[in-house]
Design a protein around this ligand. Structure first.
Ligand code: FAD
Length: 465
């Protein structure tokens, strides 16, 4: 009897809920396991940083499995076709997977579940990607929380499951050894990877564990004080690993929580609160899926946002004339990742200074972020644009110059990503137009105080409606 383990955003062996259960199933029946990845044309057709990073992670996982003598089979094609072939080739009795609770992933899971059940395949699904699933933490009356702080209080009180480990020798003993289901599909996958525009080196499960340990040893004690300073390594930079599942969220949570009592409890608590924000946004998106395209706050659904393509390009290219904003946007373009403080600043700038539709920014981040997570991204954008639940109030508009002075006082971060400003002294780097030194850098494309008033007026107009 064979069971398939379907890997999707969980490219690791440690604390992989579906895998642990699949192995138990195989052991009880003296059955066999087969690892599978669906190379979906929907994702393959777009060559974004987000997809390239993702597929490189998949490949890295395949390679590390090879070291154990385990093969992860790759099949290319649309869902129906792929699963029909999978059934035909493996005669599988069961499939194990960590389920998706939001977006396209949820729709696909429901579809595949119905398809496989029609063929008599047992489908086992598990909550894995979050500390608490989208429907676990609710108010006493059963409705979802809409404000973070009470959600966090309830979230914090709930017992937290510990990571589960897998006996690799036992796993190897239960692997089904067959030739690749389709050599052609696997070749296509390799060819797709060969054409990537950018390479990320540290995408393995081992890398993720190393990043976590480094963070705990060096930055965690100062996390509450340095997490907003983009020029230092003040945050964990685990987000791409958490997204691709090269580390489990429980491993991160417990490794950090173990540091309570070591003299930096405030830092530990602050970090745990961030993990809870991730669950919060996931919960919100699961309950309110329309937020992908619509404001959470009803009265802000029809704000007359601009779709100014010229300014949008300037924002994307890091040529707004505001050094802190431009540094953030150029970090994104260079690395596929941006510091959280900058994500807030650039998102606020697009919505409140350029008055451009936040959905255009959300889409751009979707393409560019290697840690792109639908729920967190929508949550972050709606927060910055003041249209989401528990968002920044519309009258509190980030000042891109004051943010720059406060969080990058000597301009180290700006100099890293906007090298044409590197000759400016710190006193002028935040406002290069005030310096006598000539630099090849755009003048500010908008007047911040004026745009701030316009943004507030835009919201106030709708307040009165
Ligand atoms: P750390 O500070 O080390 O935090 C640890 C982990 O907690 C992160 O890896 C992440 O999983 C979680 N986390 C931290 N802050 C948040 C937050 N505000 N919301 C949700 N989860 C959080 N995060 C994504 O993972 N994917 C996205 O697509 C994404 N888009 C964003 C868009 C905007 C406009 C904003 C303002 C924020 C967005 N975030 C997103 C949240 C946050 O910026 C990143 O999670 C964080 O910068 C990742 O860096 P880190 O791992 O060093 O974070």
């Amino acid at each position: 009897q064979t069971a398939v383990v379907w890997f999707r955003r969980d490219f690791r062996l440690h604390d992989h809920t579906a895998l642990v259960h699949a192995l138990r199933w195989a052991k009880e029946r003296e059955g066999k396991l087969l690892f599978f990845f669906h190379f979906d044309p929907y994702f393959a057709k777009e060559r974004t940083y987000h997809h390239e990073y993702f597929f490189q992670t998949v490949e890295r996982f395949r390679q590390s499995l090879c070291e154990y003598g385990i093969h992860m089979h790759v099949l290319y094609g649309d869902t129906d076709q792929v699963f029909t072939r999978l059934i035909y080739h493996t005669n599988m009795r069961a499939i194990f997977l960590n389920k998706d609770e939001v977006g396209r992933g949820k729709e696909r899971d429901n579809y595949v579940q119905a398809l496989l059940q029609r063929h008599g395949v047992e489908v086992y699904t598990y909550d894995d990607a979050h500390m608490h699933g989208a429907f676990e933490v609710r108010k006493a009356d059963g409705t979802p929380y809409k404000v973070y702080t009470p959600y966090y209080r309830a979230w914090r009180k709930r017992p937290k499951r510990f990571p589960l480990s897998v006996d690799i020798d036992l796993l190897r003993a239960h692997m089904l050894h067959i030739t690749p289901l389709s050599e052609q599909d696997e070749r296509m996958f390799t060819m797709w990877l060969a054409q990537c525009t950018k390479r990320w080196e540290h995408t393995s499960e081992q890398d993720a564990l190393h990043v976590l340990q480094q963070f705990i040893d060096t930055a965690l004690p100062y996390y509450h004080r340095k997490r907003d300073i983009p020029s230092v390594t003040g945050t964990s930079r685990l987000s791409p690993h958490i997204k691709a599942g090269t580390i489990s969220i429980r491993t991160v949570f417990h490794a950090v929580a173990q540091q309570f009592g070591n003299g930096y409890d405030e830092a530990v608590e602050t970090y745990i609160k961030e993990l809870a924000w991730r669950d919060f946004y996931h919960m919100i998106y699961a309950h309110f899926p329309f937020t992908k395209t619509e404001a959470f706050i009803e009265k802000y659904r029809h704000l007359p946002w601009l779709r100014d393509h010229e300014r949008f390009e300037a924002w994307k290219e890091g040529k707004t004339g505001f050094p802190f904003v431009d540094a953030g946007m150029r970090q994104l373009k260079k690395e596929g990742w941006m510091h959280n403080r900058l994500r807030m600043v650039v998102a606020s700038f697009l919505a409140k200074d350029y008055l451009i539709d936040w959905r255009m920014g959300e889409q751009y981040f979707q393409h560019m972020l290697i840690d792109y997570d639908e729920a967190s991204n929508i949550g972050g954008w709606q927060w910055a644009a003041s249209v989401g639940t528990d968002a920044v109030p519309y009258f509190r508009v980030f000042n891109p110059i004051e943010q720059s002075k406060k969080f990058d006082p000597d301009g180290t971060y700006i100099r890293t990503y906007v090298p044409e400003l590197s000759s400016l002294p710190s006193a002028h780097i935040h406002e290069p137009w005030k310096s006598n030194i000539k630099v090849d850098y755009p003048a500010p494309t908008v007047d911040h105080s004026l745009q701030r008033q316009r943004a507030i007026a835009l919201f106030q107009m709708n307040e009165r409606l």
